[in-house]
Design a protein around this ligand. Sequence first.
Ligand SMILES: Cc1cc2nc3c(=O)[nH]c(=O)nc-3n(C[C@H](O)[C@H](O)[C@H](O)COP(=O)(O)OP(=O)(O)OC[C@H]3O[C@@H](n4cnc5c(N)ncnc54)[C@H](O)[C@@H]3O)c2cc1C
Length: 566
Amino acid sequence: MLTQTEINELINIVGASGVATAPCMMDTYAFYMNPEVLIKDGGRWAPRPSAVVLPASAEEVRAIVQYANRSGLKVKPLSTGFGTWAAASRDRVIILDLKRMNRIIEIDVNNRIAVIEPYVRAIDLQTEVMKHGLNVHVVSCGGNHSVLASATAAWGYGLSGASMGYSGRNLLGVEWVLPTGEIYHLGSAGDCGRWFSADGPGPSVRGVMRGFQGTMGGLGVFTKCAVKLYKWDGPDRWEVTGACPRYVLTEKFPRLAFHALSFPSGQAMREAGYLMGEAELEYSQFRTPMFFMVLGLTDHNEELKAFLDSGVFQKMTRHVLVNAVVGHSEGEFAWKMKALKKILRRTRGVRLPLNVKPTAVQLRWMGRLTKYLKDPLFILRRLPFLQDLANALPLDRRQDMDAYSRMFWLLIRHANNTQGTFRPSQGMFTTLGSFDTWDLGVTQSDWIAEAKKEYINKELILDDEGDLGCGGLFEHGHLGYLEGIGLYDPKNPASVMAAGELVEKGVAASISNAMGVPIAAFGHEMNKRFGPECHHYHQWLAKIKAALDPNDASDSFFYYQTDDNE
Ligand SMILES: Cc1cc2nc3c(=O)[nH]c(=O)nc-3n(C[C@H](O)[C@H](O)[C@H](O)COP(=O)(O)OP(=O)(O)OC[C@H]3O[C@@H](n4cnc5c(N)ncnc54)[C@H](O)[C@@H]3O)c2cc1C
């Protein structure tokens, strides 16, 4: 609870309409999707913040942070607040909800740079930059996330990473309100006011400011940043029919193709990934596990179950990469398609026909007819021209446009309903997923698929056949990751416990099997686990925290806690 004097001080900075303390309002900032696995007592609520404050400028952020330094309060910023790591971790924390800072400050078309504030969502920025033939990297939680939060403070992996890298890589400058309240401009913006490099002049402090995963709001507040933009040769507007969530495009676009590529084995998928990377032919890409493939094709859980019961997908879609191929010219597009087909011939991959969606009944029959076939796609693998034929046949034009549209929303617009992805149980956990090589990604997803079996057999987590390895290749194969997702029942304590156990097993195996630092390796608990294994990085975090935040005014639970060094 804040005293009335403290509330008045905050009102003096942002005005009465920018300060909320009502308990019902505080609860909305304490309730997140699936916090059970992150909050160690298995509870469903994060701590209530003491207040939520809405600054409208860097100056107001600075004044709030300075006040926190004087009064013993802590601040915790959020941009869109998508996950539990945006929550307060204890009492006397004020949340800075940055939604009033929503300006695209500059789009520098010639140099392909955008300068933005925290509450510019990826979908907003993309809509604007596409008008200039440009595009921006968007992470796979969907277009609603804050580009700034992703670039400055948290992870950064998404489907466009195949050609655009990850968010930290695309950062070109930062305006940073330090935990003490000074405003600091990182990189060229601090030197000449131009936003083209986040490093220097002099030694780079990008590693201090972000590091690999980000500081999760635990080291001051980023109030502006610049991100790199990429060339976009696709459309800048499109007509649709239908209604949300099923908008259907009215036409396909030139030099823009989508594929679902099914490989006969994990090894073939691994090899094809590298070959496509070497040829630099993918614009976006997503390794789609079988269960999510079927989920994406169905509208409700009963249909999902009927599709899975047919047994067809288990045989045809165990090793699938979906991708977008974009050509800047007719010649380039033709070359990329030719290269893709050559790679598929070499790896025995199949371009699954997207122009037909069988019904549950048809699938049941298909399942019966192919019951004794190990690989029902073998004819398409043997005779690749049949793939061209199957894809070109005007089997079902509506379905064809529907599938093309779904791919467009997913791979280009990132309009994915992330939470809908977990509709079969409403509970999702993830483990492993170190951002490293594509090979290691596949190894990790195999490991977690095996580890999940015991829990699936005991019906503690949902039977997704084990392998929910999601992710893909980045920077044309130079980097890669697959995280191991699982679905649990948040209403069943035994299921919640099982999810927690699997996350813990993933952490232990990351260390014992040298599988890299998982995506969930952030914050208090994980520093203690991984620091001693990784060059004692937690001791560096201790030094950074002590130097930049002497009054402990940033709520750094998800970054570094003073007792991490115990
Ligand atoms: C279901 C689900 C799926 C996800 N999938 C992915 C994924 O595929 N790839 C990926 O990279 N991430 C993923 N995330 C994580 C996260 O949502 C993203 O990293 C996202 O880009 C962060 O943006 P946001 O708007 O969600 O940030 P917020 O939730 O607002 O913040 C994220 C973190 O950054 C801090 N922060 C936010 N704004 C600032 C600021 N201005 N200054 C300092 N610190 C700040 C917050 O305190 C918080 O700790 C996923 C999350 C969920 C819940």
